[in-house]
Design a binder for this molecule. Structure first.
Ligand code: PBG
Length: 326
């Protein structure tokens, strides 16, 4: 093998054109999904305190934002709903007139080609803030499953293109697949949050989605952060149950998991650059402590380099703007 001084790795770093030529990874607007929060009501557009630049929209205020997302050529959005009424069973999650169902129809009317992905989970809809039915102080896996299936079906009936279960109940991909097929929705893909960790990085989201659990935490269903082998089992299981796209969440503290899943499974792989990851960058940038644009590009490129094909990120719009301006 050649050695120094024949080998000089700096030769190919000399100019920007040379660097561009040998660049191994890049992030493109076409890789991104923009998460959005829709709240029940009218005339609402309110910034989320811990997520500067991200807003709550009532369905009637969505269209301009959606048109902007489409103009920036971002391929899709992920919808979260914040209902007016919460109850023990999260009933408003399944109504044909629920907040997400209304939002889907509005989006599909204004920009039909935009991919609408919906988050399927009960936590924003339950009075206790847990992701399923609670019996004897525990989230009951099997009682929760049919409710998730109904929720997914009602999203697809409203026009959702992809459903994304994020609840971490065992068996939910299977039951959702069966329910969709039973209604003739064989063509609708499932993006499963296959390896979703019980992470402190969801902090700002819980403020945004009003989904903080009222007692306990989510560690009895979301994954334990130190585990990586278990993530491979979660992914394997979701694939066996019929998931079409696999997701790892959060992204930054789990790049190793993204890499292992990429090397083990030949499935499209998504990573969720979550609210806390976004908030950290925003907070430091606001103080002038970081060059925001370079940091965002570096983070998103790292997620691609780790092996993700798709990135769900609150930075989607700004990244698209920066890339367009170049
Ligand atoms: C649950 C859900 C959560 C997020 C997406 N779906 C929060 C949680 O599990 O507590 C977090 C997203 C983010 O932090 O950006 N429905």
């Amino acid at each position: 093998m050649a050695d120094f001084p024949q080998v000089r790795l700096r030769r190919l770093r000399r100019t920007e054109t040379l660097r561009t030529l040998i660049r191994e990874n890049s992030v493109e607007v076409g890789d991104l999904i923009y998460p959005m929060f829709v709240v029940e009501g009218e005339g609402i557009k309110e910034e989320i305190t811990s997520m500067p630049g991200i807003f709550h929209y009532s369905p009637d205020r969505l269209s301009p934002e959606i048109e902007e997302v489409a103009r920036l050529k971002i391929p899709g959005v992920l919808l979260f709903g914040i209902p007016e009424n919460k109850d023990e069973a999260g009933s408003s999650a399944r109504h044909s007139e629920g907040v997400v169902q209304q939002a889907i129809r509005i989006i599909k009317d204004s920009v039909p080609e935009l991919i609408v992905i919906t988050d399927v989970c009960l936590c924003e809809y339950t009075s206790h803030g847990h992701c399923g039915i609670v019996t004897n102080g525990q989230v009951d896996n099997d009682q929760t499953l049919p409710l998730l299936a109904e929720m997914a079906v009602s999203h697809v009936e409203a026009g959702a293109d992809i459903v994304a279960p994020s609840d971490m109940m065992d068996g939910r991909v299977k039951i959702i697949r069966e329910a969709l097929d039973g209604k003739g929705f064989q063509q609708v893909p499932i993006l499963s949050y296959a390896a979703k960790y019980a992470s402190a990085f969801y902090g700002p989201f819980r403020e945004a989605a009003e989904s903080e659990p009222q007692f306990g935490d989510r560690r009895a269903y979301q994954m334990d952060p130190p585990n990586a082998r278990e993530a491979l089992r979660e992914v394997e299981q979701d694939i066996a149950e019929g998931a079409d796209i696999i997701m790892i969440k959060p992204a930054l503290a789990y790049l190793d998991v993204i890499r292992q899943v990429r090397d083990t499974f030949n499935y499209p792989l998504a990573a969720y650059n979550v609210s806390g990851e976004y908030a950290m960058v925003k907070a430091a940038a606001q103080r002038g402590w970081l060059d925001e644009r370079r940091v965002v590009l570096e983070i998103l490129t790292a997620i691609k380099r780790a092996g993700a094909d798709i990135i769900l990120t609150y930075h989607a719009k700004e990244l698209a703007q920066w890339l367009q301006a170049e």
